[in-house]
Design a protein around this ligand. Structure first.
Ligand SMILES: NC(=O)c1ccc[n+]([C@@H]2O[C@H](COP(=O)([O-])OP(=O)(O)OC[C@H]3O[C@@H](n4cnc5c(N)ncnc54)[C@H](OP(=O)(O)O)[C@@H]3O)[C@@H](O)[C@H]2O)c1
Length: 288
């Protein structure tokens, strides 16, 4: 018997932990994945999987059949959300989905440039209930996207200048997502989720240095150097542009906003950067 909760991005940053958390809660969610073999390696051989690819409309209806609650995330490399996310929202509506919990971006509601703005508008117009998790920068970017540069080069290469960021631990977003998917009272609400402190990357590098016991340096690259490096790593231009825009936002001091929403929802203070680095310490230890 398949569950009625479908999780997209279940092999990624937040989706994976949402999937795991719902399993811990005994809800047997279904993971919507584009590569079932890879997903089984990550989620385990017992995982409930259905093929789903934002870029393959034939996968939408079979994955959404019987689903009532959808955890929706936009893959970072999908910029054209009118082509690849809008039809998924329509398919969810057609399939009888009642509530969509969408992983959005802090301030998305006022920023038509980011893809999340369009997705939020489409969900609000869909007739389904929605909850928007408008998250600030994830601390986990340090242990995923920026893992290799920290672990192998002792460097941080974000193009954020001296700007501060109100980082949030993804584990706090997952806790709110699980609440929104399983409790009533979160329908048609947007939650601005941040951590409780705004830090610049020099401070983050100092914290990494202290916890890891070796010098980590924030290189503070210009946007152009940063974009060139992302291109050299094989990233598509659409992704590079969105990422560069986000770091420019941080550079200009516009990512420093702190809200008390995470604490209000969870009934405890958000996890702080120092604790995140301690918890993930092994991730950045050099490969032997
Ligand atoms: N990172 C941040 O600080 C931050 C902050 C606020 C909001 N956000 C937003 O959160 C969202 C997720 O970002 P993230 O960086 O955490 O990414 P992520 O979840 O790690 O993204 C990758 C996930 O998307 C899946 N995916 C990629 N293309 C797909 C496709 N065509 N069809 C189905 N699944 C596909 C991947 O599956 P495979 O395993 O098959 O590759 C993987 O599960 C983004 O919209 C981002 O803008 C991010």
């Amino acid at each position: 018997m398949l569950s009625t909760i479908l999780v997209t991005g279940a092999t990624g940053n937040i989706g994976l932990d949402v999937y795991n958390q719902l399993n811990i809660m005994g809800l047997s969610p279904v993971a919507a994945v584009r590569n079932p073999d890879k997903a089984r390696e990550i989620l385990g051989t017992e995982a409930q999987l259905l093929p789903f690819d934002f870029k393959n409309p034939a996968t939408y209806a079979p994955a959404l059949k019987g689903i009532k609650k959808l955890f929706l995330m936009r893959p970072p490399d999908i910029a054209d959300v009118k082509t690849y996310v809008r039809p998924v929202i329509q398919a969810a509506k057609d399939a009888g989905v009642e509530h969509v919990v969408f992983l959005s971006l802090l301030g998305a509601e006022n920023n038509p440039i980011v893809p999340h703005y369009t997705i939020e508008k489409d969900l609000m117009a869909s007739g389904m209930a929605w909850t928007f998790l408008r998250a600030s920068f994830f601390m986990q970017n340090l242990s995923t996207t920026h893992l290799a540069e920290i672990r192998d080069e002792d460097s941080l290469m974000m193009a954020a200048g001296h700007g501060k960021t109100s980082f949030i631990d993804g584990r706090d977003i997952v806790a709110v997502a699980a609440m929104a998917l399983t409790e009533s009272g979160h329908e048609n609400k947007g939650y601005p989720l941040t951590g409780s402190e705004a830090l610049d990357y020099f401070t983050v590098a100092d914290m990494l240095t202290e916890v890891l016991g070796r010098k980590i340096t924030y290189r503070n690259p210009s946007i152009i150097v940063f974009a060139r490096q992302m291109k050299a790593q094989g990233n598509p231009w659409a992704y590079i542009l969105v990422t560069s825009a986000l770091y420019t936002t941080a550079r200009l001091g516009m990512a420093a906003k702190i809200t008390n929403e995470t604490e209000r929802l969870l009934g405890r203070p958000p996890i702080q950067m120092r604790r995140y680095i301690e918890d993930y310490k092994q991730t950045w230890m050099p490969k032997i």
